[in-house]
Design a protein. Structure first.
Length: 137
């Protein structure tokens, strides 16, 4: 089973209840996430992002990728003009896939991620981090 088998279609709503234990008292919270992924310029394959609250994991299948061919990552909040550099993705030789994460993002915020190899044209992925709701007592 591949990771893509567990992904929701772009624009879909994901709801999950989380049970937290505080002594003998249980508190239920609801987590909502709106996933939106789109590619502005197609690369060797369509990259995608898998969000959490303050992190975005990026995956890009590249058949001719290699550990010695770095994949640079830049990101910004959607609509912003200035890009920020992030850690380059690492190449998983067995899966022929670049992967990595951008951390310390803001919850419920749409981001653009620019991925490029060997200074070629960049592929852009747009995705939103999860929305955090206050726990209900």
């Amino acid at each position: 089973m591949k990771l893509s088998d567990h992904l929701l279609p772009a624009g879909s709503l994901f709801a999950s209840s989380i049970k937290h234990c505080s002594g003998s008292r249980y508190v239920w919270g609801l987590v909502l996430a709106v996933l939106s992924t789109s590619t502005v310029l197609a690369g060797p394959a369509t990259p995608h992002g898998v969000p959490t609250f303050e992190c975005m994991s990026l995956y890009w299948d590249v058949p001719d990728g290699a550990p010695q061919k770095p994949c640079a990552v830049k990101y910004r909040e959607a609509g912003a003009t200035e890009w920020r550099a992030a850690q380059s993705l690492w190449f998983d030789v067995k899966k022929k896939q670049y992967r990595g994460s951008v951390v310390q993002l803001i919850a419920d915020t749409e981001y653009e991620f620019s991925l490029s190899m060997d200074n070629n044209a960049a592929t852009t992925v747009t995705a939103r981090t999860w929305l955090t709701l206050r726990m209900l007592a």
